[in-house]
Design a protein around this ligand. Structure first.
Ligand code: SF4
Ligand code: SF4
Ligand code: SF4
Length: 187
């Protein structure tokens, strides 16, 4: 028998748990591996990021340590996430159809009519920020770029921070390694 769809409330609760778990396990693993020597880590301020594309190309790692992270509490559970459009339109680069994910890293799961849960398959995400731009222009700004600390090797000088045109990357305490836009502000 097919699983019954979860209510939107249950999915929201799951989402918050998942995000918290990912943040905690990621940083604990990374910090353990780095012997606890650092107490500050690099992170992106989503309120300053303009999705210029350098997060995908300037990291010393390939693919980049920057990934799209989803703040479920802000998401509108759109029937069609802007990163999911199938067809492209010629012309204006900011047409919603032109902001779809280039690696098909965005997944959609039916919750209840007309809501869909959007998840990012991090293994496929290259940190290009295209979906983040689309969500910012047409959605709730729930998709955001973040340096994932289970991947980042903690360069002394982050090469993306050096290249970032909007000074959106700074050091934050390792005890609070993510800067996520959530209900009530970025923290
Ligand atoms: S380099 Fe800066 S502005 Fe460009 S995508 Fe990364 S954080 Fe955003
Ligand atoms: S940041 Fe780029 S690769 Fe990652 S999910 Fe968004 S559009 Fe896809
Ligand atoms: S500190 Fe190094 S590995 Fe981490 S995001 Fe910056 S360039 Fe990439």
């Amino acid at each position: 028998m097919a699983d019954e769809p979860k209510s939107r409330r249950a999915v929201l609760a799951d989402g918050v748990r998942l995000l918290g778990l990912a943040a905690t396990s990621g940083v604990l693993g990374a910090l353990a591996a780095k012997s606890g020597a650092r107490n500050m880590v690099w992170q992106i301020d989503p309120d300053l990021c303009t999705q210029c594309g350098k997060c995908a190309t300037s990291c010393v790692l390939t693919p980049s340590a920057v990934k799209c992270v989803h703040s479920y509490a802000l998401c509108g559970y759109c029937q069609l996430c802007f990163g999911l459009f199938r067809d492209k339109r010629a012309g204006n680069d900011l047409h919603a159809e032109n902001l779809r994910c280039p690696t098909d890293a965005i997944r959609r799961r039916f919750v209840e009519d007309p809501y869909y849960e959007i998840t990012i398959e991090e293994a496929l995400c290259i940190g290009c920020g295209i979906c983040v731009k689309g969500c910012g222009l047409f959605g709730n700004r729930s998709l955001q770029l973040q340096i994932r600390h289970d991947r980042c090797i903690g360069c002394n000088e982050c090469s993306i921070a050096r290249d970032c045109p909007s000074n959106a990357i700074r050091r934050v305490p390792a005890s609070r390694p993510y800067l996520l836009r959530q209900r009530g502000g970025t923290r």
